[in-house]
Ligand binder design. Sequence first.
Ligand SMILES: Cc1cc2nc3c(=O)[nH]c(=O)nc-3n(C[C@H](O)[C@H](O)[C@H](O)COP(=O)(O)OP(=O)(O)OC[C@H]3O[C@@H](n4cnc5c(N)ncnc54)[C@H](O)[C@@H]3O)c2cc1C
Length: 384
Amino acid sequence: MDFELTMRQKILKDTAREMMEKEIIPIADEWDKNKLLHDRKHLKEVLDKLIPLGYVGATLPKELGGYGLDHVTYGILTEELFRAYASLGMVANLQNALGNIGVFGNDEQKKKFLPPMLKGEMIICMGVTEPNVGSNPAEMETLATLDGDYYVVNGTKAWITNGNLSDICVLVTQTKRGSGASGICHLIVERKDSPYEARELPKIGMRSCAELYFNNCRVPKENLLVPPGEGLKDILRGFEEMRSIMALGAAGISQAAIDASIRYAKQRHQFGKPIGRFQLIQEMIAEMIVETEISRLLGFRALSKIDKGVRCDSEASMAKFYSVEAAVRVTYKAIQIHGAMGLSEELPLERYFRDARTWTIPDGTTQIQKLIVGRNALGMSALR
Ligand SMILES: Cc1cc2nc3c(=O)[nH]c(=O)nc-3n(C[C@H](O)[C@H](O)[C@H](O)COP(=O)(O)OP(=O)(O)OC[C@H]3O[C@@H](n4cnc5c(N)ncnc54)[C@H](O)[C@@H]3O)c2cc1C
């Protein structure tokens, strides 16, 4: 067990921190208020800053055009990005996953889709959730039926990150009505050839979600990424990585709230002294620091298992639910330390709180994560 970062990890972390301080933190509030991440030109502008640091294709092998980083190192980068601007972190994290084409794609698919996605020229989204189907994707209703050389897709996907701006959607869909997990596949839907409509779904934090409509959308059958029967298993495996990374993202939001609180507690005076001298303020700061350290440690433990090729659904679920719920508590306390100023739109505290609160839902709610940990501890499932 070694809790020290390697020299390379330290350099990457410091470089990312420096870029975020200079380029991202100064624009985050304005971009969030004006929803500039919803604008293609603005999104490309920030992706161009993130890509050279390894934020897209981070763990993709170098021979496929990626950075070949281990997952722990990607976690370190993720924390820095979320500390700066969590909504951008969500968008970049989704682009980084490359719709799993780097993992499941055949040679043709990798050759066609990876290069433009890695350059941020092709924006990707991943469509699993539907208006009637969230926590139990096995019940999904979107249907793709084979008609000659094409799948014909009908259905609606909801809360899809990057959905509105997407050029391609990796669509997780049923192929035979009522067949549950055995019919679920992944299809690469290219919007220019197989058009789908999108509508932005505004929400309190982590902007950039949309509803997508597939209406007799014809997708060439060579765009099948994961065959029927494998689709659900592959999403569940992918969740381990996503959930473990989220723990570092949540630690990033919490760290931003801690840094702001320490600054404010030193500078704000009441009763003739800095509020940081009051024991109740120090108690809040100590609790915030401990909860954030636990989030980090749980996240890194799960990521190091992934790096070793060891399955870690319990560890990933623990990391996800603890860290996002901790981020809600930490950002709540940060607002408390700032008094009324904490609620002001002139400071980023309310954004941190909105983003943290949003994150207890995606990639499996807190309740679903607890049921996974409980199932593995007890050897019995509450989900079936
Ligand atoms: C910011 C954000 C980004 C997202 N990005 C994407 C994306 O890119 N692609 C995508 O496909 N989806 C995305 N989603 C959707 C997300 O994955 C779903 O919202 C999530 O899986 C929960 O589904 P739901 O909202 O339908 O809630 P539901 O499943 O309807 O759950 C409602 C409530 O019931 C509880 N519940 C459900 N089942 C059980 C149970 N068995 N036991 C106890 N409690 C239960 C839940 O915990 C929750 O409290 C995103 C959502 C958000 C907020």
